[in-house]
Design a binder for this molecule. Structure first.
Ligand SMILES: Cc1ncc(C[n+]2csc(CCOP(=O)(O)OP(=O)(O)O)c2C)c(N)n1
Length: 589
C-alpha cells in the first residue's frame, strides 16, 4: 500500500475506507497522482482506469446505478474535470450517488499563467448536490507555499510549532467537509464534488498513513407522521378515479402484497413504463400505445375526460412518456401525491405533496373502502382494444424500426438486463410487451445521447445478469470511446439500430424533409460500426432485413469469447412513415 505524504490525500483514502466506498474510476494525470496511486495500490479498492473522463463518469454512473453505492471518480486538474459534467448532471437528476475527487493546483497558482488550471471551485454549480474545495495542507511543501505572494495560508515568520497547529486545524476542517459531503451523498443518492488543492512534489509516498481520521457515517431516516399518512388515505378513499404512475425504479418498488391491495380497488389503475421494472401483468405498460392513438381520434376530448383521474399518485423517478404528461396537464386532477424516498417533480402543474416513505409501507397499510367505480375497467378496456389493433398492425407491418423492436422484444433472453439509449429506442420499446419481462434501464435524468454505452458497460461490471445495450446510431457513435476500456465482459452485447441519423426528428411534429434539416438536425451519415468493432476487439454482424434479423437473433446471445455488436440497418424515411401509419391504425376505435 502506498499513501501519499500529502495529508489531504491520506484523509480522503481513509474516509472512503471508513464509508466503505470501494469502487474507484481513475483517469490519468499528474496532479491526481497522490490519490490515484493511493487508491490503486490499496487492495481494498476495486479500481478502473478509463482515459476519457466523459466516458469514465458515465461508466461510474453505470456502476452505481444498480448498487446505489457511491462510485468514486478521480481526475486531474483543468478541462479533465469538465468532461465529467454530462454524467454528473445525469446522476443528479436520476438520483445516483457519485463522489467526484478532482485534483487542483493551490489557489495561489490559479490565474497566474500556469498550465492546466481553470476555476474548479463549485464548477458544477446547480447540477450537483454538494461541492467544496478542501483546504490546502501547510506541512507539505511549506517552502513552496511561502514563496507565493498570493497565498494567505502561512507567513514567512511562522515557526515549526505554529505550522503544525495550523495543519491541525486544516486537517479538522477537511474532515468536517468530507464527513458532511459523504453523508449528504449517501442520504440523498446524488453526486458530490470535493476539489483538492495539492502542492508539488506529488510523487512521495509512505507505506502506512501518518494521520488518523475521525469521521462518522450518519444515515438519516425520513420522518413522516402517521397523521399525514392517514390524511392521504382519507383523501384517496373519497375518490373514484385514482391513477398511479410509476417512473424509473428498481424492480422491488412494490411488494406482492401492495400489488394485491391496489388491484382489489376498482378506483385504482396503475400505468407503468418498462423502466419501472415492475413485472406485473395486471398493470398497464404501454402508455403511448393507448394515448398516442386517442390523440388522433375525433372523440378524443370525451375519451380523455373519461380516463382523467381525480388523484394522481406517482412513484419512482423520471417518466418517459411525453404523451401522459401532456394528457395529465390538460385534464387536471385535484391532487398529486408522490410516494417514495426519492425527490419528486410537479410534472402536472398541480403542486405535489411528497410522502417521504417507502411505497410498500404506504400501500401495504392502506385499508380503504372500495368505491363503486369503473375507472380501472375503462382503462383496461382501452388497453385491450389498442393491444388488439397493435397486434393486427405489427403482424403485417413491413421491415422498419417498429418491426425491429417487435422482433427484439420477442428475442431478448430473460437473463439479460437491457440498457436503452435515448431518442427512439426507449420510445419504441414502450410500445411492446417484453416477452421475457427483462429489467430495463436508461439515462432519463437528462435524456442525453452522450453516455449510454459507457453507462451500459459500467452497469454490467458488478452485475450477475449480462447486459444488452440497444442504441441508435448517433448515440452509439457519440459514445464510441466507451469501448476504450479493459473491462467489457464477453457476454456484453450491443444492438445498434442504424437509420443513418437522428430518426426521432423525422417523427416529431413539424418535420419537413430538406437539405438543411438533413445536414443540421437529422445529421444524416453513412457510417458503419464495422471498423470500430474491429478496433475494440468485438465480434460484428450486420443485418438489413427482417429475415436476417431473425436469423441473427438465434445466435447473438450465445456464449462468446468477445463482446458482440449487431448493427441493424433500417431506412429512416420508411420507419417514420410506418410509425405514423401505426398510430393512425390504432386510432380506429
Ligand atoms: C448530448 C445530447 N445532444 C443532443 C441531444 C438531442 N438529441 C435527441 S435525440 C437525438 C438523435 C439521436 O439519434 P440516434 O441515436 O441515431 O437515435 P434515433 O433518433 O435514430 O432513434 C439528438 C441529437 C441529446 N438528447 N443529447
Amino acid at each position: 500500500m502506498k499513501y501519499s505524504v500529502i495529508p489531504v490525500a491520506q484523509s480522503l483514502i481513509l474516509s472512503c475506507l471508513n464509508f466503505n466506498f470501494l469502487n474507484v474510476v481513475i483517469s490519468p494525470g499528474s496532479r491526481n497522482v497522490p490519490l490515484a496511486i493511493g487508491f490503486a495500490s490499496n487492495n481494498n479498492f476495486k479500481c478502473y482506469s478509463i482515459v476519457d473522463e466523459r466516458s469514465a463518469a458515465f461508466f461510474a454512473l453505470g456502476l452505481s446505478q444498480r448498487s446505489k453505492e457511491p462510485t468514486i471518480l478521480v481526475c486531474t486538474s483543468g478541462s479533465a474535470l469538465l468532461n465529467y459534467y454530462p454524467a454528473i448532471a445525469e446522476a443528479y437528476y436520476s438520483e445516483i450517488p457519485l463522489i467526484i475527487l478532482s485534483a487542483d493546483r493551490p489557489a495561489y497558482k490559479l490565474n497566474i499563467g500556469d498550465g492546466q488550471t481553470i476555476n474548479q471551485n463549485n464548477v458544477f454549480e446547480k447540477n450537483i448536490l454538494y461541492s467544496k474545495t478542501l483546504k490546502q495542507d501547510c506541512t507539505h511543501s511549506t517552502e513552496e507555499i511561502i514563496k507565493s505572494n498570493k497565498q494567505e495560508i502561512i507567513d514567512g515568520k511562522s515557526t515549526a510549532s505554529s505550522i503544525l497547529s495550523k495543519q491541525k486545524s486544516i486537517q479538522k476542517d477537511n474532515e468536517l467537509i468530507i464527513e458532511e459531503a459523504f453523508n449528504n451523498c449517501i442520504n440523498n443518492n446524488k453526486p458530490i464534488h470535493l476539489n483538492i488543492p495539492m502542492e508539488e512534489p506529488l510523487y512521495d509516498f509512505v507505506s502506512s498513513p501518518s494521520i488518523k481520521i475521525n469521521i462518522r457515517k450518519k444515515l438519516l431516516e425520513p420522518l413522516i407522521s402517521e397523521n399525514k399518512i392517514a390524511e392521504v388515505y382519507n383523501e384517496i378513499e373519497k375518490e373514484k378515479r385514482i391513477l398511479i404512475l410509476v417512473g424509473v425504479a428498481e424492480n422491488d418498488i412494490l411488494s406482492n402484497k401492495s400489488i394485491e391491495i391496489i388491484n382489489s380497488l376498482n378506483s385504482m389503475v396503475v400505468l407503468k413504463e418498462h423502466t419501472s421494472n415492475i413485472h406485473n401483468e395486471s398493470f398497464i405498460s404501454n402508455i403511448d400505445r393507448i394515448i398516442g392513438p386517442i390523440e388522433l381520434q375525433q372523440d378524443s376530448p370525451e375519451i380523455f375526460e373519461e380516463l382523467s383521474p381525480d388523484v394522481i399518485i406517482t412513484m419512482g423517478g423520471m417518466i418517459i412518456s411525453k404523451k401522459i404528461k401532456l394528457f395529465l396537464r390538460n385534464f387536471k386532477a385535484k391532487k398529486h401525491f408522490h410516494i417514495g424516498k426519492n425527490s419528486c417533480n410537479d410534472s402536472f402543474y398541480l403542486g405535489v405533496e411528497h410522502l417521504n416513505m417507502s411505497p410498500d409501507k404506504f400501500f401495504e397499510n392502506m385499508n380503504i373502502k372500495s368505491q363503486k367505480s369503473n375507472y380501472s375497467v375503462l382503462w383496461n378496456r382501452q388497453n385491450l382494444s389498442k393491444k388488439n389493433l397493435h397486434e393486427r398492425f405489427t403482424k403485417i407491418a413491413n421491415y422498419s424500426d417498429l418491426k425491429v423492436f417487435e422482433i427484439l422484444s420477442e428475442w431478448i433472453p430473460k437473463k439479460y438486463d437491457i440498457q436503452v439509449a435515448n431518442s427512439t429506442p426507449i420510445r419504441y420499446f414502450q410500445l411492446f410487451d417484453l416477452r421475457n419481462q427483462n429489467n430495463m434501464f436508461a439515462n432519463r435524468g437528462t435524456s442525453g445521447i452522450d453516455g449510454s454505452t459507457s453507462t451500459a458497460i459500467g452497469s454490467s461490471i458488478n452485475n450477475n445478469s449480462p447486459v444488452l445495450l440497444v442504441t441508435g446510431d448517433l448515440s452509439f457513435f457519440y459514445d464510441m470511446n466507451a469501448l476504450w476500456n479493459n473491462y467489457t465482459k464477453s457476454d456484453f452485447r450491443i444492438i445498434i439500430v442504424n437509420n443513418q441519423g437522428g430518426g426521432i426528428f423525422k417523427i416529431l411534429p413539424g418535420y419537413k424533409e430538406n437539405d438543411i434539416f438533413s445536414e443540421f438536425i437529422e445529421t444524416k451519415h453513412n457510417l458503419s460500426a464495422r471498423n470500430i468493432s474491429k478496433m475494440f476487439n468485438c465480434n460484428y454482424n450486420r443485418v438489413s432485413t427482417k429475415f436476417g434479423l431473425n436469423i441473427a437473433m438465434r445466435t447473438f446471445f450465445r456464449k462468446s469469447k468477445k463482446p458482440k455488436i449487431l448493427e441493424i440497418k433500417t431506412s429512416g424515411i420508411k420507419s417514420a412513415k410506418i410509425l405514423k401509419d401505426y398510430f393512425r391504425y390504432l386510432s380506429k376505435s
